[in-house]
Design a protein around this ligand. Structure first.
Ligand code: NAD
Length: 472
């Protein structure tokens, strides 16, 4: 498979959108360029005594806002070009959803399945130590998060290592997000990206005029969905879509896929994978040997949620979905995107759609810096206010409410927003408002949503540069 430069692909999308703005060409060049890339290598003494050389990267694309922010992925194909592209996408993504960070991304070139848990811990800790030595990590410098192949476990090792080397232990928790709840994490971060993808798809499907143009009815209910990649993002996207009434007809994994036009029950597939180590051979579903074929099968919404470069010029013409919801980063090349848009397919772009992760990471970072759980100070007060209002209404209408209702509200058990509620409502609000912003931008320039999203990002970053006094 021919693989073009991912960073060049992102820059093509940027250049296309930049034509619709009026910024100075030098400023556009600065916004586009990746400010720093650190390639490091270090030895790992394996459990059997052999030595492996581990290659790793961290790219900081833009410091127009600080800290920079972006995930860390563990995958054998990680390289400088990939982390630069992903860091650039992070800068644009943060701007689109108004999260005050520059973009960054890191990665370690390993197939995590080939290493033991203690080897993974040593790799993660050494990577963190090397980043700290070069000032590539810190609550106000650069804040990693989970990405492909990593989870809250690696994030807690990163925090613990950083804490032991920093001279500012008070704020050390804010050096990384996506930590476990109970170790500085925020409720809702694990599912945040998939939950955000769901909100974005739901918003797109709620616009009757757009759905009518695709020959679809509005709403999620009854829409047939294929998901590629049943990891963190893919699973949670599928879960919320299924709960909203969508029918999951296909799931693709690295070793093959499943299809059932009548629908697959997500958690049954997950249980089957736990038992057999694969989604394949699920009773009642058809195995699809080559998982890439599933992308081309009949559905309303296709959700790539694995890796980049999945829909290219060589398979774009065979995509039958009416909506392609880019849950992963860079799943559609610029040429494939153009040809699918010309065919009338609605692409909801990654640079907006998977921003739920960084949005909730922002809430976690704020929590860590403020040293207080969201809602802790105000929750009981809100409950008292509600009881006082009800008592006033009671006196005015001369009718008593059930004592149990009042005491439940007073105890806070049925009133007052919990941290999980606040995080979820903040995420929903962010995804809904940003969708309408990029939609309006796209319509006003008569361009696709991706170009609308990039125009919005470029304008905001340009403003960030001028506010920072870099370009007065
Ligand atoms: P993950 O490691 O949890 O899951 C990825 C899944 O894709 C795995 O189950 C893997 O087996 C599967 N997969 C790999 N190759 C495949 C193939 N060729 N066909 C089908 N399935 C395949 O990773 P994730 O965190 O869910 O990330 C997925 C994508 O979402 C990445 O592009 C990542 O950059 C992006 N993303 C993740 C987050 C986050 O919070 N985790 C945030 C924003 C964007």
């Amino acid at each position: 498979m021919h693989k073009s430069s991912f960073f060049a692909e992102v820059n093509k999308m940027f250049d296309h959108a930049a034509k619709y703005t009026e910024h100075d060409s030098g400023l556009l060049e600065q916004i586009k360029s990746c400010n720093s890339v650190y390639h490091l290598s270090f030895p790992l003494v394996r459990d059997n005594g052999e030595i492996d050389v581990i290659h790793a990267y961290r790219a900081e694309h833009s410091q127009h806002m600080q800290p920079t922010k972006g995930g860390i992925r563990y995958a054998p194909m990680v390289n400088a070009d990939e982390v630069m592209a992903l860091a650039a996408l992070m800068s644009y993504k943060c701007a689109i959803v108004d999260v005050p960070y520059g973009g960054a991304k890191g990665g370690i070139c390993i197939d995590r399945n080939k290493y033991s848990q203690s080897e993974l811990e040593r790799i993660t800790r050494r990577y963190t130590f090397e980043l700290a030595k070069k000032n590539f990590i810190g609550p106000g410098i650069d804040v990693p998060a989970p990405d492909y192949g990593t989870s809250s476990v690696e994030m807690s090792w990163i925090f613990d290592t950083y804490r032991s080397v920093t001279d500012n232990p008070l704020d050390a928790l804010a050096c990384v997000t996506g930590k476990p709840v109970g170790a500085g994490g925020v409720r809702g971060r694990i599912e945040a990206t998939g939950r955000g993808v769901f909100f974005g798809i739901r918003e797109a499907c709620s616009i009757e005029e757009d759905m009518h143009a695709l020959g679809l009815s509005s709403g999620i209910e009854g829409k047939r969905v294929i998901i590629q990649g049943l990891g963190n993002v893919g699973y949670h996207t599928a879960l919320y879509l299924e709960r909203a009434g969508a029918i999951i007809v296909g799931i693709a994994e690295y070793d093959g896929g499943l299809y059932n036009s009548k629908g697959l029950i997500l958690n049954e597939i997950v249980d089957h994978r736990k038992e057999t180590k694969s989604i394949l051979n699920f009773p009642g579903a058809t195995n699809v040997k080559n998982s890439a074929t599933l992308l081309e099968m009949e559905c309303d919404i296709l959700v790539p949620a694995a890796l980049e470069n999945q829909i290219r010029s060589d398979n774009a013409d065979r995509i039958q979905a009416k909506i392609v919801a880019e849950a992963s980063n860079g799943p559609v090349t610029s040429a494939a995107g153009q040809s699918m848009t010309e065919r009338g397919i609605l692409i909801i772009p990654d640079v907006y759609l998977n921003a739920g992760g960084v949005t909730v990471s922002y809430f976690e970072w704020l929590r860590n810096l403020s040293h207080v759980r969201h809602g802790r100070i105000s929750r009981r007060r809100e409950a008292h206010n509600a009881v006082n209002i009800l008592k006033t209404v009671q006196a005015l209408v001369g009718k008593n409410f059930d004592d149990q209702v009042l005491s439940d509200i007073e105890s806070g058990s049925s009133f007052g927003a919990s941290e999980a509620d606040l995080v979820d409502s903040g995420l929903e609000d962010t995804m809904v408002s940003a969708y309408h912003e990029i939609h309006t931008e796209a319509h006003s320039h008569d361009v696709d949503l991706r170009t609308g999203a990039f125009i919005s990002a470029i304008d905001k970053i340009a403003l960030g540069y001028s506010r920072g006094g870099i370009f007065p």
